[in-house]
Design a protein around this ligand. Sequence first.
Ligand code: NAD
Length: 301
Amino acid sequence: MSNIGFIGVGIMGNAMARNLLKAGHTVVAYDIVPALLERAVGYGAARGESCRDVAARSEIVITMLPDGPEVEQAVLGAAGVLEGSVKGSTVVDMSSISPLVAQKVGAACAAKGVEFLDAPVSGGEPKAIDGTLAIMVGGEEAVFAKMLPILKIMGSSVTLTGAVGAGNVTKLANQIIVACNIAAMGEALVLATRAGLDPDVVFNAIKGGLAGSTVLNAKAPMVIGRNFKPGFRIRLPQKDLRNALLAAESMKVALPLTSSVQQMLMALMNDGKGDLDHSAIVTFIEEMARTEVKRPEPTKA
Ligand code: NAD
């Protein structure tokens, strides 16, 4: 059993730290929000005083933070992980961040003799609770092998995808496919509704063909039923696609579809929709067409 430090016990980190405790590991938790740290202490975690304190008391430190700037602050900043960690310990960042930041943090860890993996996840809170996340890992094979038993407590699919940064490149690939899929579905359903068709009938007609997808099956019923309860809040893919565009620019790669959908997400956030489910991307297309995707009114007898 290991002494594991866990920094960032928000929606995802809370469930993940809990699973590590249930598996018998000791967990030292830290979060800048005192009430969230209190919640973790309430179910058996030891109270960390700072990121540095957590690192000094742990052989493995996991971070689950909103984005790259928070990871840089927590690991490289004042009273951060690297001020407390000992040579030979391991930092596993499971946040979804820019691969460029993951590489920067990984290099700073390596310079201090600390091992580093980037290991973002897919699956959301329900899978974090069940311990069935998909975990996409970047780093050295030996470090991956050492961390695998710990990662398997939190995820049912754990894949080494390449060197440090590769985990986040894989996560961004996932996010591009999901967000662009939702936007394409939105255009299709708006067109069909405006043409006077029942969107349910259209969905059922096409879902078994080449246009069918997990995204279509999960999100078309939500849109048609006007249910935008999250799920995965708009503000997260907005951040992810921004990170995809920054990474793409550094490699001189054009991502025209990602760029359009990222602009839609930004507009939706400005419209106060940042906390709706990402299926609400469709509402941007609906507004441009002045057409709402919904079932036709029943005809009066
Ligand atoms: P969250 O905002 O609920 O949790 C992040 C936590 O980090 C917060 O509690 C915050 O107080 C804490 N924090 C921020 N800065 C800190 C610092 N410097 N030191 C210590 N604590 C700090 O976010 P979340 O939904 O748990 O997501 C975490 C990451 O997982 C994000 O990168 C997100 O994109 C990714 N993700 C989320 C989901 C989801 O469905 N929520 C799914 C897959 C991946």
